[in-house]
Design a protein. Structure first.
Length: 237
């Protein structure tokens, strides 16, 4: 579905409810980025990124909320990014969309808790020694990469082996559990492995996340992704 449009969102919601009769868990995972510098980014680029990355999670959650309420609760997981913490070159639309998604997560966690619906953001991680494929690369394109390059990226099996328990734990949360949190996939998985579910509840239940702006050192140079999947470098020296 093209969730940048109202028609696409309607097809997604109606198709899901017709097929399964309702929804318990919603993962807002779709995202896009043109990987263009600020001067290269047009208003059309900006509008599409905001439509997919921020407007769609709002609209889709709103559309599925009645079903979750009818089922006695649910779980909303908004997939976030390091780009919600710090700015990057060639992400003048993507970063604001992810910062906005964090704000949406916090607001919904408060409003939906009385309906027994939890809302968290999840910062994605790759298994140790591997990387996540670039945002714009489809699974088909990933399969077409040379073997030596493809081995550097995590595939579905390695992700499930490393993080399946963490994803399941989060999907099963409700309003009285872990909600209103910005979680790292790797951190959550390690907490569950070392201390079990009780350790996760002791750490995160009954708390919200507040953004804290922290001073960091200005970099000497930054690398940024280009639309063709390559990299460029900007030096401040």
């Amino acid at each position: 579905m093209d969730i940048s449009t109202g028609e696409g969102i309607s097809r997604l919601v109606e198709g899901t409810l017709n097929e399964y009769g309702g929804l318990n868990v919603l993962v807002n995972n779709a995202a896009t980025s043109p990987w263009l510098t600020f001067e290269e980014t047009t208003l059309l680029h900006w509008d599409r990124v905001m439509a997919v990355n921020l407007r769609a999670p709002f609209a889709i959650t709103k559309a599925f909320l009645p079903s979750m309420k009818d089922r006695g609760g649910g779980s909303v997981i908004n997939i976030s990014s390091r780009s919600a913490e710090v700015g990057f070159v060639a992400e003048s639309a993507y970063c604001p969309s992810k910062y906005g998604l964090e704000g949406l997560t916090q607001c919904l966690a408060l409003e939906l808790r009385p309906h027994n619906v939890e809302v968290n953001s999840l910062n994605v991680s790759a298994p140790e020694g591997l990387s996540l494929k670039p945002t714009e690369m489809t699974l088909r394109h990933a399969q077409d990469m040379p073997e030596e390059t493809r081995r550097l990226y995590a595939d579905d099996d390695s992700l499930v082996e490393s993080f399946g328990d963490a994803w399941t734990f989060l999907a099963l949360q409700r309003g009285g559990g872990v909600t209103g949190q910005r979680l790292s996939t790797r951190d959550l998985a390690e907490t569950l492995r070392s201390g079990g579910e009780q350790a996760a509840y002791d750490r995160w239940r009954g708390r919200l996340t507040q953004a804290v702006y922290t001073l960091i050192d200005w970099p000497e140079r930054v690398r940024y992704q280009t639309p063709d999947g390559g990299w460029k470098e900007l030096s401040f020296r």
